[in-house]
Design a binder for this molecule. Sequence first.
Ligand code: KMH
Ligand code: ZN
Length: 305
Amino acid sequence: MPESQKVIISCAITGGMTVPGQSAAIPITPDQIVESALEANRAGASILHLHVRDPKNGRPVADPELFLEVTSSIREQCDAIVQPTTGGGVGMSIDERARVLSVCRPEMATFNLGSFNFGIFQVKHREGMADWETAYLESTRDYVFKNTFADMYRMAAYFRESGTKPEFEAYDVGHIYNLLHLLEQGLVETPLHLQFVLGVLGANGTAPEQLVHMWQTARSLLGADTFTWSVAGIGYPGEFHLGAVALVLGGHFRVGLEDNLRVTLSKRAESNAQLVEKAAALATMLDREVATPAQARTALGIIDN
Ligand code: KMH
Ligand code: ZN
């Protein structure tokens, strides 16, 4: 099987748009994040997507020291592609979000392709949620996840400076046109890697035809040979249903507690590894071998450093 047909499984370990009270499985402290990431890697994830949280209460933060601690520790213990976020969490500025690039100089990081409403205020209140968690969720009634053209131009410069491969997060079809604009301006270069993120309240939904539409739009605008792509379905069953569509279409597949807290309709996920195991099982059933990190680097055009 050609390397490009092997599936790259990413695992989004903890997230910036969830609060700890949603699930006891969400890792919080640097040690917990590292442990969960290593387990996900052992289960088949070759990309580990990372946010960090204040170890005292689990609030999403952009602290570069925490990023450095977590990314260095994971890199010492496995060969997965360590992919920190530059999306961050509610209320972080673009410069705060980009700090991880200059401090950690990661081989890959996320690059968000546009501004949109990002609502998590419908998340159910669970017993034991702290006041700040309820306020965090509620604040998104009036929240725009801001990635203006000025922000994206600045972000592209940060990526060039750190030599980091962007994973372009497209939450809606217009974001693919934004990527074309960045490409035409010479701010980013091919080969591109896109993550279609479907299911955020405020952007595109998890219907399979929306994924197909975004994929077709990317092919016609950017050219079928200029990019690799993956899907992150938010929530259950979107995460696995869209992953199955991506497996059939030759794309890659992201799972993880950042995006989804259930492993089946009736069972909450106990760990990130459990979600990766299910993704790997689906891939195997559909004759897509799971890529190793080295194979993922080759498929993505990342030069190993
Ligand atoms: N929070 C997810 C919906 C990022 O971190 O830059 C998308 C994401 C983007 O993971
Ligand atoms: Zn993220």
